[in-house]
Design a protein around this ligand. Structure first.
Ligand code: FES
Ligand code: FES
Length: 153
C-alpha cells in the first residue's frame, strides 16, 4: 500500500512500491494525461511536477514519491499559472498528436514558477531540450513558453 499526494489529494493505492509513478498515475488513479513514451527517462512525455519541480515519472519507483506533492497536467487546471500555460499552448497551436504535450505543459509551468529559470529563447530551448516531439511542434512550444514567461521576466 502506498500513500501518494496527487493534485492536492491523498490517495491510498494498492501497488508495489517498485511500480514506476507514471503507471500508478495512469492505471490506478485514472490520470491519463501523463504519457509514457520511452519509459527510459529519455523523452519527457511522463513529466509531472514534484514539489514544484519538473520530474520524469516513467522509471522512478512510486514509493520514492511518498510524502511529496505531485501535480499532473490535470491538476494544473486549478492553478492560475498552470491554466495560463495550458491556454498559451492552445493559443499557439502547440500540439499535433499531443503525445508530448502534457509533459511540455508541465515543464513550462515549472519554468514559469522558477524565478531563476531562463527567459530568453536560447535558454528556453536548452531548458526544454529533454522533451522530444516527433511532430515538430518545438517552434510553437517555444512561442507558448515565451508568451507566458515574458510577463514573468
Ligand atoms: S516516458 Fe518518461 S522520459 Fe520518456
Ligand atoms: S505533438 Fe506529437 S509528439 Fe509532440
Amino acid at each position: 500500500m502506498l500513500t501518494l499526494r496527487v493534485n492536492g489529494e491523498a490517495h491510498e493505492v494498492e501497488a508495489d512500491g517498485d511500480m514506476p509513478l507514471a503507471y500508478v498515475l495512469r492505471n490506478l488513479l485514472g490520470l491519463k494525461g501523463t504519457k509514457i513514451g520511452c519509459g527510459l527517462e529519455q523523452c519527457g512525455a511522463c513529466t509531472v511536477l514534484v514539489d514544484g519541480q519538473a520530474a520524469q515519472s516513467c522509471a522512478a519507483p512510486a514509493a520514492t514519491f511518498e510524502g511529496r506533492e505531485i501535480v499532473t497536467v490535470e491538476g494544473l487546471s486549478s492553478d492560475p499559472l498552470g491554466r495560463r500555460v495550458q491556454d498559451a499552448f492552445v493559443d499557439a497551436g502547440a500540439a499535433q498528436c499531443g503525445y508530448c504535450t502534457a509533459g511540455l505543459v508541465v515543464a513550462v509551468t515549472a519554468l514559469a514558477k522558477d524565478s531563476d529559470a531562463p527567459r530568453d529563447r536560447d535558454g528556453l530551448k536548452s531548458a526544454l531540450a529533454p522533451h522530444l516531439c516527433r511532430c515538430g511542434t518545438h517552434p510553437r512550444v517555444l512561442a507558448a513558453a515565451e508568451a507566458v514567461l515574458e510577463d514573468r521576466a
